[in-house]
Ligand binder design. Structure first.
Ligand code: HEM
Ligand code: HEM
Length: 124
């Protein structure tokens, strides 16, 4: 699978979960998990979809292992970070230890993306 297709597919799972959490907040008037909702939608959906659009316009890069794994790592980091934040804001402080793990994974993927984008845009 290309990096962009993986990014598009994963991003839609995040938005479905993000919207479900938003609807839960609206219905229950419990806005405690708002930070998890915000980051599921923004790291999970918006960022990943935009990353997919960048790769989709560059066929060689889109088929590269580096781009594919950058998306995989972003997705895994986002799952860990958002699960930790959601559990934390639902009143389980012990899960805070998972948050830095997810943060570092997302940050590594963001650094990788930075290198990829800088290399790719240096030519034009
Ligand atoms: C049907 C869909 C959605 C519902 C029902 C919903 C509902 C909510 C609710 C109830 C809050 C808490 C507000 C507060 O406590 O101040 C919230 C916050 C937020 N939502 Fe959504 N939301 C939806 C979709 C989205 C989407 C698609 C995005 C981004 C792409 C998004 C981004 C945010 C952000 C960033 C916040 C945090 C705002 C802040 O902390 O001030 N939401 N949402
Ligand atoms: C590893 C990456 C990230 C970490 C560790 C992080 C951490 C945080 C923290 C600690 C807050 C304050 C939450 C609170 O007040 O309870 C916050 C708020 C916010 N972040 Fe992030 N963030 C990250 C990535 C992003 C990205 C990529 C976006 C957008 C594309 C984003 C958008 C926001 C927004 C809109 C808020 C305010 C909404 C809210 O308070 O719920 N963040 N972030």
């Amino acid at each position: 699978m290309t990096a962009s297709n993986l990014a598009f597919r994963a991003s839609l799972i995040f938005i479905l979960i993000g919207i479900a959490l938003g609807m839960y907040m609206g219905a229950s008037q419990n806005h405690a998990p708002a930070p998890a909702h915000a980051h599921i939608n923004l790291i999970g959906f918006v960022s990943l979809f935009m990353i997919g659009l960048f790769y989709e316009r560059r066929d060689g890069l889109n088929r590269s292992k580096l781009a594919f794994w950058q998306v995989v790592i972003w997705t895994v980091g986002s799952i860990i970070l958002n699960t930790a934040v959601a559990l934390l804001y639902f009143g389980n402080p012990q899960f805070i230890v998972l948050a830095p793990v997810g943060e570092v994974i997302v940050a590594i993927s963001a650094l990788t993306l930075t290198v990829i984008v800088y290399k790719e845009t240096a030519r034009a």
